[in-house]
Design a protein. Sequence first.
Length: 638
Amino acid sequence: MNYRKDINGLRAIAVIAVVLFHFNASWVPGGFAGVDVFFVISGFLMTGIIFRGIEQENFSILKFYVARSNRIIPALAVLCFVLFIFGWFYLTPNDYKTLGKHIGGSISFLSNIVYLKESGYFDAASQQKWLLHTWSLSVEWQFYIIYPLLLVAMRSFMSLKAMKIAVLFGSLLGFIFCVIATYKWPNPSFYLLPARAWEMMIGGVAYLYPFPTHEKRKKLLEWFGLVLIISAYFLFTKNDLWPSYLVVLPVLGAFLLIQAQRNDSFIASNTILQKIGDWSYSIYLWHWPFVVAIYYFSLSEVFIYLGILMSVLLGFISHRYIEKQGFRNEFKNLFGYLTCKPVLIVLVIGVIGTLTFITNGFDSHYDKSVAFANDGAININQRRDECLGEYGESSRECEYGSGNVGAIVMGDSHAQSFLPIIANIIPNKTLDWTLSSCRTIEEIFYIKDGYRYDSCGDWISSSIKKTPKDVPIIIHNWLNIIFDNDLPNEFIERSFGQDIETYRDVMASQYIATICKIAENNPVIIIKDTPFFDKNIPNEMAKHILLNEPDYRGALSIDEYRRQNQRTNEIYSKVKTQCNVLLIEPEPILCGEKYCYGDSNGKPLYFDSNHLNNEGVSLFESAIKKSLISIMKRPPYS
């Protein structure tokens, strides 16, 4: 295939959008669509390599894999190793351990699966994942593994013409699946290959079915394609479901621009775009760690511009001195392929990542004071992962203790944190009926990772129906995430057909109705919303010690805490009056005269920014005991 300057310029347009979006999303709100442009380019180039080899009857799957490895792995491995060294000195034990897991996921090209299990791509928590951007490399690599195998297998019983038709129809079916899957399984569809494969296959269609056209039409195709891509960058935001049908805009734009085949256009002849296109892979690799560093170390805005410059500079260095290193593509036998340098590099970096993870970030090399602060992040309910249902799954209904049911805990992940201390108070069996991000609201949807899930209300309804009569119910939710936090109005309107205020009114009335329904047959205690902070408390404490900075204290003014819960507290007041429930106030427990604190006597009270750890929930023991005695007024509580 002749060198395509237009495709190289298209790479530059894609990487510029991604970089600007990550450094400041307001600059290019839909810049994340640049990744979709990359997918189309990749599919075009890979289909060309495979089909030319098949047509000439000299295609080697092993040679193809090695060539891809030589292209992708060395620069990625260097980034992983640099982050490993950097993390040794500047990351907290917990973050360093997580980095080890992510290094292993990235170098094995499984990071998209790793990140899927952790959080949504656009979540705030993702801003602390140094290798989050490698999810797209993992998707591409998985495509590289499967695609040639399928094509070679098809060639054994199909003609080349039939294979081309199969790729075309596979792309169309893949798009239909993508649209359906995005609405049904939004987070998996973002990260996983099945919903993304069609984007690369449509690039293959551009290779297999080139448009025969004259120069004027080529110009029209190019500019129309460019308009579609740029429009996607500015029409869409992170609040839109993605990929969904919306991804047609950048994908079709890239498809048309490739079809135009204009090697003498502005895109192809622009020196700056050509250089950035050459360095695009390495720029993409290096830019995200700078984005994370700005967030992680709370750096000023000037570092955004410095980070962009450093991304381009390191992209140039990486391209020139790492990407251009020539490794062998062919070997005489299978053993030779196993000894190729990229395979050895993967093994070495994989071992480094694994050791970092299993040694808890090589925790022995940290000062004791750092480890002490960091322990707050792991001082949590040990049965949390075992018992907390997630992503619309039913709770596993874990049991604490034995005998008759003495109490039931209902709510979201915030309630789950209270299980150990409540189970310690209750002499009989305590049931864990918690579900991640599922507020105790019957017959209504819930939101997780910016998406709507339909099973929460059903879960609450089924729980109420099977609740034993007269057993005390302790409920705790993060309600102000709904009533006092900012929610994207366009998302609410799209998902619920209501504006934000109507949505909140409906949720409030339904919450009150649900609590009153529970309270008809059971005494109810509600623990009101606890303070939440803008930083991970144990991480920040450990980080400040590690960097020899002044001691960090998670401090939130009383006024701000009350502002956080202004509407929520009004709802709690109505619940107390209408449903005759007992409320536990966190303010006298976690706050002083002027501030609420995330730590006490140097010990973190939270394991992140909003979930109390065991140290934090232990402060509620006395209040919970008094509440149980008050509502039961009989042994074993009195």
